[in-house]
Ligand binder design. Structure first.
Ligand SMILES: [Cu+2]
Length: 341
């Protein structure tokens, strides 16, 4: 649909809290303000200003990877220090799995053999902790020296979506610097077909060059104060507000949400929707039903299923709105499916 044909949404029906959350760009360096913003910037809003375009893909594809073939899954990860973009024009000196923060999303099946290799191409020790595995940390989650590699196998027993992260001390610094990702473990009988997305919530605590000429770096004092500058989905502030995720109206949606933290609990919510089912970690046969908002603890996850009943734009947020204001906001754009005549 051409942008000019988009039906404007009257300003009056947009909740004030949402406008504050969506309208204010994430702070660039010094988030502590004495008063909330009095005006609504025009970059992310509803109707009266552009909300982005689904014709422009978001920086990070939120779609879940396809289920794998076979029962032996090879996973190889390289640890790299890399500069990543955490907001428009804001670069961050990250520690990563695979050059990006978050690292790649993996998908395996319950009972598969995961054949895992980790290679440390960074200049300092790192490690990896798979929440989907049940193995001895002192044998497998050990520090890997620069240039070294590690190889082992594990068999995921519990279906769900699980965090992985660097476990090297101080763990908070390694996670805050970008060392986390997600692995989906499918049950033996696949879940019903749906449009599937992965959202990894995390925080950035930034210090360093306030002019942004150089990449920002971790501010340890902010981290210990639980005061992030950015709270983001998939590594970048408000990217899916600027580039809404197109979905068919009324189609089944499944959202795999992992909260990497390292500090802030997520209160995941879709404005205009009610979750038909929420699966907490491995609670495959015991979903919660009819849920408006669900906490996703740091280091935890949940799988959300819902349908967006009418065409329109549906923000998703952490309903802890200070964190949404800092970038943990995105939008689904539910569109009618045009079938060929
Ligand atoms: Cu690390």
């Amino acid at each position: 649909m051409p942008r000019s044909a988009r039906t404007p949404v009257p300003f009056a029906i947009v909740p004030l809290s949402l406008l504050i959350a969506c309208g204010r760009p994430a702070p660039t360096h010094s988030p502590q303000q004495a008063a909330p913003p009095a005006t609504v910037p025009a970059n992310i809003s509803h109707g009266e200003a552009p909300v982005g375009s689904t014709e422009t893909p978001p920086p990070v594809d939120p779609r879940a990877p396809a289920p794998p073939a076979g029962h032996r899954q090879q996973i190889r990860l390289e640890i790299q220090h890399a500069t990543v973009v955490i907001d428009s024009g804001v670069r961050y000196d990250a520690w990563t799995f695979g050059g990006h923060a978050p690292g790649p999303v993996f998908r395996v099946r319950q009972g598969d053999t995961v054949d895992f290799t980790l290679v440390n191409k960074a200049i300092m020790p790192h490690s990896i902790d798979f929440h989907a595995a049940e193995i001895a940390p002192d044998r497998y989650y050990t520090n890997l020296m620069p240039g070294d590699s590690l190889h082992y196998q594990f068999t995921p027993r519990v279906p769900g979506v699980f965090m992985y992260h660097c476990g090297t001390a101080p763990v908070a610094a390694h996670i805050a610097n970008g060392m986390y990702g997600a692995i989906i473990v499918d049950p033996p009988t696949p879940r019903p077909a749906a449009e599937e997305f992965v959202l990894i919530e995390s925080e950035f605590y930034t210090g360093g060059d306030s002019t942004h000429r150089n990449p920002l770096v971790l501010d340890w004092a902010k981290l210990l104060s639980l005061a992030p500058d950015y709270v983001v989905f998939n590594g970048r502030a408000a990217q899916y507000a600027k580039h809404p995720i197109a979905v068919p109206v009324a189609a089944p949606l499944r959202i795999y949400v992992v909260n990497a933290g390292p500090n802030r609990v997520s209160s995941f919510h879709v404005v205009g929707g009610i979750f038909d089912r929420v699966f907490l970690d491995g609670a495959l046969g015991h979903p919660l039903e009819g849920v408006q908002t669900m906490s996703v603890p740091v280091g935890g996850s949940a799988i959300f299923e819902l349908r967006l009943k009418q065409p329109g734009i549906y923000p998703f947020v952490t309903h802890a709105f200070a964190d949404a204001t800092k970038g943990a906001v995105g939008m689904f754009e539910a569109k009618a499916v045009v079938r060929p005549q």
